[in-house]
Design a binder for this molecule. Sequence first.
Ligand SMILES: *Cc1c(COP(=O)(O)O)cnc(C)c1O
Length: 360
Amino acid sequence: MTRPIRAVIDSSALLRNIERLREKAGARFFWAVVKADAYGHGLIGLLPVFDKAVDGLALLDPSEGVQARKAGWRKPILLIEGVFSEADIQTASEYDFETLIHQERQIEWLERAQLKKPLRVHVKCNTGMNRLGFRPDRIQGVLERLQAIPNVVVADILAHFANAELTYPQDRPVTVEKQLAALQALRAYGNMCLSNTGAILWHPEALDHAVRAGIAMYGVSPDGNITSEALGVEPVMNFESEIMALQDLEVGEAVGYGSKFIAQRPTRLAIVACGYADGYPRKSGKDRKVFVEGRFAPVVGNVSMDMLTIDVTDVPQAGLGSRVVFWGRELSVNEAAASFDTIGYELLCAVAKRVPRVLK
Ligand SMILES: *Cc1c(COP(=O)(O)O)cnc(C)c1O
């Protein structure tokens, strides 16, 4: 008997979500962003779905790209932060990756690389995010330098929005409008790759040629104030486990490390096979809850490494083997994340390696 914890991955929902986003993206080249093992969903198992539905994979670590190639992925792969070392240029060339160029050092590596076949590069422009990239006034010089390197092919100019979400306040120093204005003069140099999920959904004025879709493919809204139903996407990951034990507490009795929960009434607790080593946050949160037997039950006490406790006093059907959902269809990951003052992205990516991904 294995532990009952699992992340059930609904691959047909993934396919429908991508189709929905492609309606918004129109004819633009569609990069599926699959960094962090497809936002925690497990990249390799999902390759057949991506192969059916997207134009290329955008990922972070060259080794993830190598794995995808070895698993049979033939379409384009883009390294969204470029190479991290000079040696990786040869890896990129060997495995036919496209790569981002965001700093001088990467250009020097290319100049020394003596590429034997064409390598497509994307030039990152820093339009106000201020993490990676060249400022707009440097782009022309960078393009000239790249174009002078044998076998380097400049594919487009790439930039990233800091605030593409619909309900983010528009009085921030960096808005989509300002970021687009910074790019305007560069449009003469060629194609643009700008949009993340938020921009695909809410900023058609980006007028780019390629998009990079992430979170909404996985059925999660990039904007915590807008539900996935409103976007017409469905959660792909259902993170769940089962009740493995029950305890009836009398008033004044406590549960777990630190005795954080003390029963104020005769209380039925259920012990669930999931802990912080599985990716459920240990951090205490407000309104932490799970879905069990058709109802929500609060998570109480400190989460342990391998177990957590829920109060099922008001869920009479809860018993040994009852399915417990941490997030997924019945409880959105954004809602779960809000209890911990974080975003759905973080919870998805934090689901531990030891949790089996079960494709359905
Ligand atoms: C993660 C990432 C994306 C995708 O963002 P979503 O909000 O998940 O759509 C796009 N572009 C870059 C450069 C990224 O790092």
